[in-house]
Structures are given as structure tokens and as C-alpha cells.
Design a protein around this ligand. Structure first.
Ligand SMILES: Nc1ncnc2c1ncn2[C@@H]1O[C@H](COP(=O)(O)OP(=O)(O)OP(=O)(O)O)[C@@H](O)[C@H]1O
Ligand SMILES: [Mg+2]
Length: 328
């Protein structure tokens, strides 16, 4: 079986709004190999969560719609599946965790019951066996005294513990893929590191593949195998993490990397930022979407035509805008 675990081709996603159809994800291609961790980065509004929700077929309804493309899980396109079949994929084959666990946990039910219900939905277990498994899962994700915590309501747990419950629920049926959409941004720094370590440990133990959506390139450098950089709804660069960190090609990727704190920065120096803003969905240039903020932009012609994709060596590829492609 040489096919990738998950292959996304030409994914286009739009929203019907008062301003007409706005395209939030435009021709995105991504590949996730078995057992690997793919980091998906980009500034706020670049289309990371919409991409993840499109994979899960959980776009906001009725406004959100997939306009085209394929999402192949082990060769099977998920987009045309009947809803009933898709429900079986969700949770069982692909699970997702969100930035704020309170949005996914039911505040009026004890956490144990929520894990048990998830298990009963997808696995052939008796209620007693599901309860036993829920305690084991809570222990597995590092929740102390799980046989007592299982009776707690979500608000009785700390943010870090709630995120562990979410992870236990997500992993309860051994999914092949975990999509983690900014799983740590609501947590303080020490707990963030613990949750990322936990995801990495569970990934090693289960062999699942992970898509980690984050703003934080430093996290990607530490945890991921592959990196995909999105800008304004499009993929601008992707490849193995070492290759992109050693030689980022797109000016946007370089800009993001320049914003990382460096050991040789003198104390109290301001970190650089990328000046300007991501263009609005209502006002997207037809060509290079980064041109208005790009230090290399030298003429407006790149704004009018879509810039070609170039494959470099070792799976490293980039949207090769005319402003810098000659230097590649
Ligand atoms: N329900 C919706 N209706 C209209 N537009 C939407 C809807 N959901 C998302 N969008 C738009 O789609 C674009 C991509 O949003 P998305 O949530 O994927 O960004 P993101 O990269 O996940 O950002 P963040 O880092 O802030 O989470 C944004 O311009 C957003 O305003
Ligand atoms: Mg998001």
C-alpha cells in the first residue's frame, strides 16, 4: 500500500454570505503519511480551521460548502460519502480536538459519561466495559485519580485537564488521524508543553498520524515531520520540516520565521512582525496574495495572474512567485 493515508487535492471551500460566495480555501493540496505529524501554520484567517472542518465535513451549515476537490482517506474520497458513512469516519478514523475544550464538552454531563457515550457509539462494548475503558483512557492521558475525576463535570477540571479529557475522547476509538486545531493556545505555557508532549507520546504509542494546526513555528520545529504554510486561503509552501527551516523559500515563510525569538537577540529587543494584514476574502488579488506585504515585490503584474507551483527536491514545494522564483 503506497498510497498516502490522507490526500487532499484541489480543495476549495466557500461560504455564502451577504456579500455573495466568498472562497476561504482555494485549491489546497496536502498529503499526510501514516504515522507522521504535519504542522499547518499561517496567520489568523488564512484558512487552517476551514481546511480541517472540510476534511471532517463539519463546515458551518448552511453557509459553508465544499466547492471542489477531493479528500482521500486511504484512497476513498470522503466528500461524496453519505452522511451516515461520514459519521462512522468521524471519531473512528479521523478525530479532531479543538482549541477550547468547553466548546466540545457538554457542560451538564460528567466527563466520564461523555467518554463512555463516545465509546458506546463507535465500539461494541457493554456499558460496564466502556466505563472501565474510560477510566483507563483517562489514566493514559495523565489524569490523576481517574476513577474519581470520571464523576467530575467539565467546569470542575482545569483547562489542561479538560484538554486531556478531549484528547482521551478523541483517541478512545484509535483513530488513524488526529486533527488538533490549536489545542494549546487557551492554556498557559507549562501546560501547553505538557499537552504537546502528550500528543507526541500518544502518537508514538499508537502510530496515528497528526495534523497539528498552530500559530507557533517553534512548536512545529520541535514536534512535526512535515510543514504546510497557508496564506490567504492558499498553500504557499510545504515540505519536510528540516528542509523548510534550513531554506525557507517563500517570502511569507521567511517572514514567519523572522518573527521567531532568537537566542542571539539582545535582551528586550522587539520581535519583528510582518507589516500589513492578510487580504480580505472580499478583495483577494487574483495573483500572488502576499504581494502587498512582500519585501521582494517589484511589480504589480504578479497581482493579476496566479503564480505557478514549483516542486523542488525532497518533497519541498512552493508557490513560486515571479518576484523571487528566479532566485530559487
Ligand atoms: N462561517 C463562516 N462564514 C463566513 N466566513 C467564514 C466562516 N468561517 C470562516 N470564515 C472565513 O474563512 C477564512 C478562514 O478562516 P479560518 O477560521 O479557517 O482561519 P484560521 O486560519 O483557522 O485562523 P485562526 O488562526 O484565527 O484560527 C476567514 O477569512 C474567515 O473569516
Ligand atoms: Mg482556526
Amino acid at each position: 500500500m503506497n498510497e498516502p493515508l490522507l490526500e487532499i487535492r484541489d480543495l476549495r471551500v466557500g461560504f455564502q454570505t451577504d456579500h455573495g460566495l466568498l472562497v476561504a480555501v482555494d485549491d489546497v493540496d496536502l498529503t499526510l503519511e501514516r504515522g507522521k505529524m504535519l504542522g499547518l501554520v499561517g496567520e489568523s484567517g488564512c484558512g487552517k480551521s476551514v481546511t480541517a472542518r472540510a476534511i471532517m465535513r463539519l463546515l458551518e451549515q448552511p453557509s459553508g460548502q465544499v466547492l471542489g476537490g477531493e479528500v482521500r482517506l486511504e484512497g476513498r474520497d470522503l466528500l461524496p460519502l453519505p452522511l451516515e458513512a461520514m459519521r462512522k469516519v468521524r471519531g473512528k478514523e479521523i478525530a479532531m480536538i479543538f482549541q477550547e475544550p468547553m466548546t466540545a464538552l457538554n457542560p451538564v454531563h460528567r466527563v466520564g459519561r461523555q467518554i463512555v457515550e463516545n465509546l458506546l457509539l463507535h465500539e461494541d462494548l457493554t456499558p460496564a466495559a466502556a466505563l472501565k475503558r474510560a477510566v483507563e483512557l483517562m489514566e493514559w492521558v495523565g489524569i490523576p485519580a481517574p476513577d474519581q475525576r470520571i464523576h467530575d463535570y467539565p467546569h470542575q477540571l482545569s483547562g489542561g485537564m479538560r484538554q486531556r479529557v478531549m484528547i482521551a475522547m478523541a483517541l478512545s476509538c484509535n483513530p488513524k488521524i488526529l486533527i488538533a486545531d490549536e489545542p494549546t493556545t487557551a492554556l498557559d505555557v507549562t501546560v501547553q508543553a505538557q499537552i504537546l508532549d502528550l500528543i507526541k507520546r500518544l502518537q508514538n504509542e499508537t502510530g496515528m498520524a497528526v495534523i497539528l494546526i498552530t500559530h507557533d513555528l517553534a512548536v512545529v520545529a520541535e514536534t512535526c515531520d512535515e510543514l504546510a504554510v497557508m496564506y490567504a486561503g492558499r498553500l504557499v509552501e510545504r515540505g519536510p520540516v528540516e528542509s523548510i527551516f534550513q531554506s525557507p523559500l517563500h517570502p511569507y515563510t521567511k517572514g514567519l520565521m523572522d518573527c521567531l525569538p532568537k537566542l542571539d537577540h539582545p535582551p528586550k529587543t522587539m520581535l519583528p512582525i510582518i507589516p500589513g494584514m492578510v487580504p480580505s476574502l472580499r478583495d483577494m488579488p487574483r495573483g500572488c496574495r502576499f504581494a502587498a506585504r512582500c519585501p521582494n515585490a517589484h511589480d504589480d503584474s504578479v497581482l493579476s495572474e496566479r503564480q505557478p507551483w514549483r516542486e523542488c527536491s525532497g518533497g519541498h514545494g512552493v508557490e513560486a512567485c515571479a518576484c523571487f522564483a528566479s532566485t530559487l
